[in-house]
Ligand binder design. Sequence first.
Ligand code: 5CA
Ligand code: ZN
Length: 417
Amino acid sequence: MISWPAPHVPAVPGPSIPLRVRDTSSGELRATAPGPVARLYVCGITPYDATHLGHAATYVTFDVLQRVWRDNGHQVHYVQNVTDVDDPLLERAEQTGVDWRALAADQIALYQEDMTDLAVIPPDDYVGVVESVEQIAEDVRALVAAGAAYAVDVPTGEGSGQDVYYSVAAQPRFGEVSGWTREQMLEVYAERGGDPDRPGKRDALDPLLWRAAREGEPSWDGASLGWGRPGWHVECSTIAVRRLGMAFDVQGGGTDLVFPHHEMSAAHAGSLTGDWPFARCYVHQGMVGFQGHKMSKSRGNLVLVSQLRREGRDPMAIRLALLAHHYRSDWEFTFDELAGAEARLERWRAAFSCDGGPDATATVQHLRECLADDLRTPDALAAVDRWSDEQLTRGGQVQSAPGVLARAVDALLGVRL
Ligand code: 5CA
Ligand code: ZN
């Protein structure tokens, strides 16, 4: 799938600082320590009700992570999927009387416009499930052949054929990504796309790998699997393993994906390759809320980036509103937050448009220190605030200072002034 145009990322003068991030799996603050090519996989959208500010927060976070890696001198191989066929998308298409393919295509286009406006660096490989069905089916067949998956008869009345489930018992490392107990897993499994009560499964936690064709649903020829379509978690195993290989550097997404999605994707990938880990580091964005609840498509409490753009809001102010919160904290969006970000942007622009200014070397260094230390973006913004205040109150004599700092803000925070 074609991704969106890349923003220009300027080089920043001075020494960079290697990135450390909090790994969900170990709970440790870890040096990411990639090779010359840093490998990043971030779970992409299911294309309906995109792009809300929760999605945007996730993609901006991993954009900043990638910018720090680039500043560290790495090339980045970035892969992102699109869940362009799945239950919630099909349900929405059905409810609204739109063809599911048209719904997905429209929403992907909208998402790409939002990402372009937010200056998010595009993935090198932007990969849909529909275009990957054959590869996914091949992997599901391999899991069956390896004894890590089994068939369950389709319930009477829903059709003939068999669904295929993954056996969590086949993966001794199951549970390592989230670190959750079985009780914790069972508590959220049903509300996060699982079907613990499905008769015929060996374990309530076993996830669906291949859903046999049902009347009125899209399906593909899965050879020995029969006609059907992929389950959710395996899409990310197939796409990540084939594009990045095992032990890639960072797997990213929101905290809502820690379990079951990232746990299951890792388990599948481990069974497929006989290798471990799936990712060296699992990094998770906290949930953005609105009106007292997690912003979610199912609840409908959404603020869309496209709607803010239509109102004439500056995408850089939206970006600043997101960066004002540390990525691991949950927070609640309000329009006052956005107004605050707009005021900050205006102040920065005034400060950066002066001729000369206070020396920015220490500010650039501090920006790097904050970001290298688990992406502390709020502290990075505060450092730019301090320089701007100094500039607007006392000014300074260093001719190149506004230009140098503006480049650092653009390169590292993705904020164009
Ligand atoms: N297609 C799957 C991933 S394979 C999916 O979760 N799609 S999604 O459209 O529901 O979410 C896209 C990304 O946004 C995911 O990484 C998800 O964790 C993140 N996300 C969703 N809601 C929020 C929120 N309220 N706050 C922060 N991140 C969110
Ligand atoms: Zn995913």
